[in-house]
Design a protein around this ligand. Structure first.
Ligand SMILES: Cc1cc2nc3c(=O)[nH]c(=O)nc-3n(C[C@H](O)[C@H](O)[C@H](O)COP(=O)(O)OP(=O)(O)OC[C@H]3O[C@@H](n4cnc5c(N)ncnc54)[C@H](O)[C@@H]3O)c2cc1C
Length: 331
């Protein structure tokens, strides 16, 4: 790791002041940032700690009924928050399923959304891949067991790593992004950058910008959300397939839905084909299975990850069932 200056911001203004150094990078919990620095993927001249900014750690309702979450709120705090558990269940479940208790106590929501890909070629000093100043995606024809089955025709086939992003997409969250001079609010769906658009970045953030808040729309009593993460091993592990659904119900009829896949594509991947199957229908195990089949209709597995298709089918239908309180294993 190269030498660097360390700026401990006390407030947002202080953080932006530290970020004036052109070679400065943000650290929140530091779980990913420190790994990136040790791996030589990041060598900032100055590291700006924003986890020390108390004003970015909160969960509160605003006057319009939105739930606002400060970007440095930890994953453990989100998982334990009763308002999130009841009104935005998929987010509490996603936060609670990430990594280990120790990591969840330190990692922040903003950092989780902005973490960089975990593709083993990108993370290895031995490979200069497309995303790391090279000109080839080694995973495309190489070891691609954990890689993308959607959005993988553009030469960089990593999967988006954030579990909370999947839930926040299904819950139609917005992000507040700020720099020293201004702040803007964007739909989370517009935050991600695909490899086709720019292979060197995963989101639209500019160097001097900070995600300050995540905004969830007011809870609707009839919206049922659920997140499920399928791991290869049952102790802490990354997902091989994760799914978040948010279903708007009128009695037993689904009148609107969002179904989003994680570990499937370079961005959290919304599956409108599956949503259409549920529209204005009574949810049942059989309908949920049809939606799962529709979700996988356009999958494009690589040489080693064809197994993800049946895994996703199972995870999607079970998640739809669980969101609505149906036993997925009923006949
Ligand atoms: C063993 C292990 C297992 C894991 N399993 C999972 C898993 O199953 N699911 C999952 O989702 N994650 C998993 N992770 C990843 C981990 O959850 C993330 O690294 C962590 O959430 C990052 O949050 P942080 O606050 O530490 O971010 P940092 O490491 O501080 O920052 C990460 C990146 O985001 C940028 N950043 C941070 N905050 C902001 C902000 N507010 N605005 C703009 N940019 C910002 C930083 O500059 C950096 O580039 C795992 C990690 C480990 C080590």
């Amino acid at each position: 790791m190269k030498k660097f200056e360390y700026g401990m911001a006390k407030n947002l203004a202080g953080a932006f002041e530290f970020l004036k150094e052109p070679d400065a990078k943000i650290k929140a919990g530091g779980i990913d940032m420190l790994d990136l620095m040790k791996e030589g993927l990041e060598s900032p001249k100055r590291l700006v700690n924003i986890r020390s900014v108390q004003a970015l750690n909160f969960v509160k309702k605003d006057e319009d009924g939105n739930l606002r979450i400060g970007a440095t709120t930890t994953l453990a705090e989100i998982a334990a928050n009763s308002e999130i558990q009841t009104g935005y269940r998929a987010l509490a479940q996603a936060a609670n399923a990430i990594a280990t208790p120790q990591i969840r106590n330190v990692a922040t929501l903003g950092g989780n959304l902005c973490q960089r890909p975990r593709c083993w070629y990108f993370r290895s000093a031995d490979f200069k891949c497309l995303r790391n100043e090279g000109d080839i995606c080694f995973a495309e024809d190489g070891e691609n067991k954990y890689h993308a089955i959607f959005g993988n025709k553009d030469d960089c086939v990593f999967v988006h790593p954030s579990g909370t992003a999947v839930a926040l997409m299904a819950l139609q969250a917005k992000l507040v992004i700020a720099n020293k001079k201004e702040r803007r609010e964007i739909e989370i769906a517009n935050f991600w950058v695909t490899p086709e658009d720019d292979v060197t970045r995963e989101n639209i953030l500019k160097r001097d910008e900070i995600v300050t808040e995540i905004i969830l729309p007011p809870t609707q009593k009839n919206t049922k959300s659920f997140y499920f993460k399928q791991k290869e091993k049952q102790s802490f592990d990354w997902p091989i397939a994760d799914v978040a659904v948010a279903l708007e119900m009128k009695g037993k009829t689904c009148v609107g839905s969002k179904i989003v896949l994680g570990s499937a594509a370079p961005i959290p991947w919304r599956i409108e084909k599956a949503e259409n199957v549920l529209q204005n229908k009574t949810i049942s195990v059989s309908l949920a299975r049809q939606a799962a089949a529709a979700a996988m209709a356009d999958a494009n597995p690589l040489s080693q990850n064809g197994y993800k298709v049946p895994v996703f089918k199972a995870v999607i239908y079970r998640t739809i069932c669980r969101a609505t309180g149906i036993d997925p294993f009923a006949a």
